[in-house]
Write a protein that binds this ligand. Sequence first.
Ligand code: SIN
Length: 435
Amino acid sequence: MNIHTDVLIVGTGAAGLYCALNLRKDLNITLLSKSSANECNSFLAQGGISVARGEKDFPSFIDDTLKAGNHKNDKKAVKVLASESMDAIDNLVSLGVPFDSDLEGNLRYTREGAHSINRIVHCEDRTGEKVHSYLLKEALKRDNITMLEDSFLVDLITKNNKCIGGIAFSKNSPTNIFAKSVVIATGGIGGLFNNSTNFQSISGDGIAIALRRGIDVVNMNYIQFHPTSLYDGSSMNRKFLISEAVRGEGAKLLNVNGEKFVDELLPRDKVTAAIFKEEMKTSSNFVYLDTTFMKKDFLVKRFPMIYNECFKRGIDISNEPIPVTPAQHYFMGGINVDLNSKTSMENLYACGEASCTGVHGSNRLASNSLLEGLVFSKRAATHINNNIKPYSICFYDSTPSIEGDKDYYKKLFKNILIRAICDVRGDIVNELVAL
Ligand code: SIN
């Protein structure tokens, strides 16, 4: 089957949806989702979204992002992130996203690791789910947007190093989707790991396709392990996240002997390293996150999902500490893009976790992920709006062809990604799912 569209967006997380919503309404947009539109890591983001507290906060927000990123960040991208953060939140508020606020309607800001002030807006502990649902609701209202679920991108269609579409299995049927611009927003690589907070289906497809097609991909070694996933004794399920916002609200990390061993609000990579060290020292597979000194009413109201999920698993977090351990959480590397989210291939853009704007350096600052997805997907949309060709290019180098079934591509992509990661990070080979 052949489909012709103006813009093909692959991925229905916050970045893919927000890109679609910021494109001109006279453009025909096709949005692909590998499984269902909700199965994306944006949906799982608990803590919140960072936002500069006015222009006077730009220098400190930039500084916090650079320090957390070990100064490996792209400074220009960090400046863009800070200066366009307020616009992103204003737009979400105008779409109706119910951020937590006080009785006068002022947004409540919380704090997380390595932020020097409270600058994180949130919807209880379901920020990603709420943001995603409002973006999706809006996208479904638009006549110019067609959503194809159960549609797995397996290759790009190219002509003279120009991207002119993608090939997908759409509900099992091989489908060529010709487009004037293509946006990869397929998310990160958590599905490659035994221990990850991500959906297992999010396994770096867009990045693998880029590697395969010689598109510039960078920083395959920049993999973030979140310090506090719920320890469940198994090694194969998606790990339930205990948001960093819990530490932001004062929760304490203790070793299995009840001793404090780290400043809970250091950057994530430092806290994770301290936990791994403490687990080795105490011959344990976990440490504790202690919330027992917090009022039950507060915990239930501020963190209802975490409270209920832990309760379901037999832990009353108002009475007993939570066993936690680090798990793969986020990928700071990805498809190399410029400040307009353009890749090294003409007509091809990438945004969200699949891309590397350089904004996060080697360690992302808490709650900067949804923000990056929003800011840089809007930039992609603006660039497309201003540059999209009025005509369609449908002459391709050769007839697009499928090389195998879905399983063939799943294995191929895993293989490509694991090799690329192990080339630079042999140390985490045991964390990766065996092929
Ligand atoms: C969290 O709530 O700890 C995760 C949010 C993020 O990754 O920034």
